[in-house]
Design a binder for this molecule. Structure first.
Ligand SMILES: *[C@@H]1O[C@H](CO)[C@@H](O)[C@H](O)[C@H]1NC(C)=O
Ligand SMILES: *[C@@H]1O[C@H](CO)[C@@H](O)[C@H](O)[C@H]1NC(C)=O
Ligand SMILES: *[C@@H]1O[C@H](CO)[C@@H](O)[C@H](O)[C@H]1NC(C)=O
Ligand SMILES: *[C@@H]1O[C@H](CO)[C@@H](O)[C@H](O)[C@H]1NC(C)=O
Ligand SMILES: *[C@@H]1O[C@H](CO)[C@@H](O)[C@H](O)[C@H]1NC(C)=O
Ligand SMILES: *[C@@H]1O[C@H](CO)[C@@H](O)[C@H](O)[C@H]1NC(C)=O
Ligand SMILES: *[C@@H]1O[C@H](CO)[C@@H](O)[C@H](O)[C@H]1NC(C)=O
Ligand SMILES: *[C@@H]1O[C@H](CO)[C@@H](O)[C@H](O)[C@H]1NC(C)=O
Length: 427
């Protein structure tokens, strides 16, 4: 009886006759270099008798009761076999341990089963650096960024603000994504980039901040027509990285170098071309914009009070004239027609003229008083895509000027404030 069993067992072991059966979990098992792995038998139909483990076709360990176990010299000291379950533990894993492990189990009945499992051992990944082109990055050039790492690198992805980048018309990935080529580089490419390398057991990433230098794109904000006596207020807003150097040229003369150009109490001789020239010292680009400004002369230099006086005077004179003519006509009733018709019709004409003129003047006065109170207003249109604007609702009557509420500090600080407000809302 015992002999017969031993014979079948030996036949099984020698011929390798055994049927495939799922006694191991599905693989693969992923482990880091230096770690330990335990191959566990998850289901065994009968009590285990003899056990053999193979790696890539060569034997690792064999145990046939009563023993002793036979261990391949390459594994001495780092394999541990559980004789009752057949579980195998392998310690101190190296890259060379990656591969297929096969178990052949023989039961007391003589039945043999076998199964395999894949083990993958990885070096932990470590991103060492991101290399970028030397020098400043200028818009419309092209640039290669390379992510360098060590370990077992399975995947490499590039991210911008932690969003994975996909290839596009201007971004390409080469060499298993190790190299990112941006061509052409645009100002919108500025930002924080990450390169992440990973394998099933580890991951690592590095950060890189890309600054694209561009511009200047010059724009001037401000009124194009003003009335004499109002303030000239022009804002030159170059969209530029790094910030551009600003020069205002007015009537062929280079004047101020602040973003905000202010001239108080203008007169018609201030009309002309206001040229803002900006220079970016990194892109080397100089660009300019011109605002053609017209300062209109104001014909009447009298205040609204005086004007009202004149209007009332005219009305009084007309009324007196009407009354006088009326009495004249009444007195000379008989020589009727010739005398009568002409003056009356004349008076009527004059009267309508004056009345409509009076209405116009009242309307004009009302309008002016509104403008006086409105003065100079700034509108910052928050939350809209359009840049902040300011309008000059200038007053027309210099005799009664209210000083418009200009910014407190008109030098560099305010200029920068407006500049940055506009740059931000443009983006
Ligand atoms: C062998 O495996 C059995 C069943 O999984 C377990 O109960 C036992 O503790 C293991 N023996 C050793 C020495 O690990
Ligand atoms: C892995 O195997 C190669 C040859 O196959 C050998 O040179 C190397 O030393 C082995 N590495 C380890 C950690 O065993
Ligand atoms: C084992 O086999 C796998 C493929 O299944 C192979 O990648 C690996 O290099 C082999 N390992 C050794 C040490 O032969
Ligand atoms: C970027 O990489 C591509 C492909 O390797 C190469 O053809 C190109 O010359 C590189 N460009 C720069 C600016 O290094
Ligand atoms: C990767 O580089 C780091 C730092 O240089 C080093 O500590 C680590 O051992 C390296 N790993 C491999 C697998 O070369
Ligand atoms: C390359 O990056 C893409 C995403 O851009 C990713 O889907 C792909 O798996 C990556 N390939 C490798 C080999 O890392
Ligand atoms: C503005 O002035 C600069 C320097 O004088 C000149 O080069 C440029 O052509 C002018 N811009 C315009 C639009 O006239
Ligand atoms: C360019 O100008 C900026 C200030 O706008 C300055 O900080 C920077 O050092 C300058 N760079 C060069 C290359 O001159």
């Amino acid at each position: 009886m015992e002999k017969a069993m031993v014979v079948t067992l030996i036949i099984t072991l020698l011929t390798g006759f055994s049927q495939e059966q799922n006694i191991l979990p599905p693989g693969p098992i992923n482990k880091e270099v230096g770690a330990n792995v335990l191959f566990t038998i998850i289901s065994s139909p009968e009590p285990v008798h003899a056990i053999r483990w193979h790696f890539n076709g060569s034997e690792v360990i064999r145990y046939i009761p009563p023993g002793p176990e036979i261990v391949n010299s390459d594994y001495r000291g780092r394999v541990f076999l559980n004789y009752s379950s057949g579980d195998l533990e392998l310690k101190g894993l190296s890259m060379n341990d990656s591969g297929q492990y096969t178990i052949i189990l023989t039961f007391q009945s003589g039945l043999g089963v076998q199964d395999h499992i894949l083990l993958q051992v990885f070096e932990p990944v470590f991103v060492i650096s991101i290399t970028s082109p030397e020098g400043n990055l200028i818009e419309y050039s092209s640039a290669n960024f390379t992510c360098e790492g060590n370990g077992t690198i399975s995947t490499t992805v590039w991210m911008k603000e932690y969003e994975i980048l996909a290839p596009s018309s201007s971004i390409q990935f080469l060499d298993d994504n190790r190299t990112m080529v941006i061509s052409p580089v645009k100002r919108s490419d500025s930002g924080n980039y990450q390169c992440a390398m990973s394998n099933p057991v580890s991951s690592s990433s590095a950060h890189y901040s890309i600054t694209v230098n561009y511009g200047p794109d010059v724009r001037i904000f401000g009124a194009q027509t003003l009335e004499e006596g109002s303030d000239i207020l022009l804002l030159c807003s170059p969209d530029s990285v790094p910030p551009a150097t600003i020069t205002w040229t007015v009537k062929g003369m280079s004047t101020r170098s602040a973003a905000l150009y202010v001239t108080e109490n203008s007169n018609p001789s201030d009309s002309g071309d206001y040229n803002c020239t900006c220079w970016n010292n990194v892109t080397g680009i100089t660009a300019s914009a011109v605002q053609v400004l017209t300062v209109r002369a104001v014909s009447s230099r009298l205040g609204p009070g005086v004007e009202t006086g004149i209007i009332l005077g005219v009305i009084a004179v007309v009324l007196i004239l009407v009354v006088v003519i009326y009495f004249l006509i009444k007195r000379s009733k008989k020589p009727a027609k010739a005398v009568r018709e002409t003056p009356v019709s004349m008076t009527a004409d004059q009267q309508t003229d004056v009345t409509s003129g009076y209405n116009n003047m009242v309307a004009e006065t009302l309008k002016r008083s509104k403008e006086l109170t409105a003065g100079f207003t700034y509108h910052t249109q928050n939350g809209r895509s359009s840049p902040p604007l300011y309008e000059n609702q200038s007053q027309t009557t210099p005799a009664r000027r209210n000083r418009p509420p200009l910014p407190q500090n008109r030098e560099t600080n305010d200029s920068e404030l407006y500049c940055s407000a506009i740059v931000t809302s443009n983006n």
